[in-house]
Write a protein that binds this ligand. Structure first.
Ligand SMILES: CC(C)(COP(=O)(O)OP(=O)(O)OC[C@H]1O[C@@H](n2cnc3c(N)ncnc32)[C@H](O)[C@@H]1OP(=O)(O)O)[C@@H](O)C(=O)NCCC(=O)NCCS
Length: 169
């Protein structure tokens, strides 16, 4: 399932396309991950998600043929778990992450998911704001979870994919 979304008015390049991640995207996805996280995934982890993990649901955002955002999620029983998720730094604040998350949640709902779960660093204000806007609420904390700086992980749940904030945009 692909989704075409209008780009921002200030973005002359037109349309953002959300589509399934493929092995051909691997280099661009790994590059985005490395630019976005202090503990990036090795390429083999993305390869595993694409080839060997039946629970994996991986999407990319494409702009003029270039991968500008990516999300890996896991469909577990009735829940969609956001595993990793980033927009290339040159393309942030254009609604790409919102489009990716919306697409991931809608697609999971079509498959039967009723709720969502994720972990986020306590100091990641951008991501925290986005998740709260989608209706996620804090459900717990893992102290010192991130080993590079001992930062806590905030656990967030979206208990209903029918909630007005999540999918009905
Ligand atoms: C978090 C991240 C994915 C957002 O990507 P993005 O494409 O720039 O996000 P969008 O333009 O779709 O904005 C989505 C919402 O996020 C929030 N947001 C994004 N950047 C923000 C910032 N710098 N400050 C505050 N809020 C911000 C806002 O709520 C925004 O909605 P709004 O524009 O209506 O205010 C991106 O900053 C990123 O890749 N960060 C590094 C990796 C990361 O932290 N991933 C999430 C791990 S849990």
């Amino acid at each position: 399932m692909d989704m075409l979304l209008p780009g921002k008015p200030e973005d002359p390049s037109g349309l953002i396309k959300i589509r399934k991640m493929t092995l051909g995207d691997l280099d661009q996805v790994v590059a985005i991950d490395q630019l976005s996280f202090s503990l990036p995934w090795p390429a083999r982890s993305f390869r595993f998600e694409l080839t060997d993990n039946p629970a994996s649901r991986c999407w990319v955002a494409e702009l003029d043929g270039r991968v500008v955002g990516m999300i890996v999620s896991w469909f577990i029983v009735d829940e969609i778990h956001i595993a990793t998720f980033a927009t290339h730094p040159d393309f942030r604040r254009q609604g790409i992450a919102k489009s990716l998350l919306l697409h991931t949640l809608r697609s999971a709902k079509e498959e039967g998911a009723i709720k969502s779960f994720l972990e986020v660093r306590e100091n990641n204000t951008a991501a925290l704001k986005m998740y709260r806007d989608f209706g996620y609420v804090e459900s717990g904390r893992r102290t010192g979870y991130y080993k590079d700086n001992n930062e806590d992980a905030i656990l967030m749940n979206l208990d209903s994919l029918d909630s007005p904030d999540s999918l009905n945009r």
